[in-house]
Design a binder for this molecule. Sequence first.
Ligand SMILES: [Zn+2]
Length: 389
Amino acid sequence: MAKADLYSVIAQKEAELIALSDFIHAHPEEGNEEFMAHAKVVEWLKNNGFDVEAEVVGLKTAFKATRNVLGGGLKIGLLCEYDALKGLGHACAHNLQSPAILGAALALAECLEVPATILVYGTPAEETTSGKLVMTREGLFDELDLVFMMHGSDSTTVDEKSLALNLIDFIYEGKAAHAAIAPEKGISALDAVLMLFNGMEYLREHVRSDVRFHGVITDGGKAANIVPARAAAQFYVRANDRPHLNEVLKRVMNVAEAAALATGAKLTVQEVKAYDNKLNVPTLNKLLLDNAAACGATDITPPRKQTGSTDFSSVTYRVPGACLRVGIVKQGVASHTEAFREAAGDERGRNAIRLAAKAIAGCAWDIANDPALLLAVKAEFAEAKKAFE
Ligand SMILES: [Zn+2]
């Protein structure tokens, strides 16, 4: 079999894959409730020779599907999301992901002539509770040699980095009192929140320039004539790498505790979620974009250096991986908009499925057939990991 055979398999399945995308787009389901999408994707994988675990790590809309080639070998992981946004439908274009990934997975399973294991994972609730975090914590991806996903975008590109992130709720409990008649009997939880914000601003001067933090007051008390008994704030704290972010977080906790000590309010800290940073594997990024170009992508832009944070990075912190971002809208049009949702449901989205399926399959094919390439990918990954130790 030749590399071009991958594309033939994808072309043969194109109508089914596009119907799947159209169905998911027309039936948007929010995170952890993607039952229809999950059922359709699982059914397709079963019909196409994959062994499927239809529920993993206690997540009802997660799955793991496996197909061995020549008894199994190089473990290629392919991830897909299928959750929609509350009130906005598929404005993040997650309907494109499973069709593209299924096409790539089947092409590799049918065409590879070296021992390999193709593993497809359904990763629910990217927009809300981040299913990938649970799956990562449970070690589901640790066995993989490589991992890929795709996402709609405003140009065709890949990410060089992403920021490690902790999303934290700080809740202060004080004591209510009449603010005019008996203020001495009260403990203002709002004072503690304001001191937290002030302390964070002082901290900002003394952290590395890649560190970002930004917060809002989620509860500022109920009435101006009552000393607030409860107040709360939520902060995103980010940095280039997980070890450094952990150091910054210790100082953030000191700031939060100082505010509690100063005011007498009781502090509760709740971690909402934490992502690790992406480890950059330039060879993998280049190979993916070269394959995208070979498959006809005309809107390729250089790998992104300025990025936010994603839960996929917690996977690529453990396994060499890359996400192919495929242009479905003009540059500058953001996701989570009506325009993005529209593109995800028309011919632009369908083109993205064809392109991503072929480019991802082609990239994995190149590595599976070239041990030196695989060694280079693994060496770059190890080096990137070591740089943060
Ligand atoms: Zn998204």
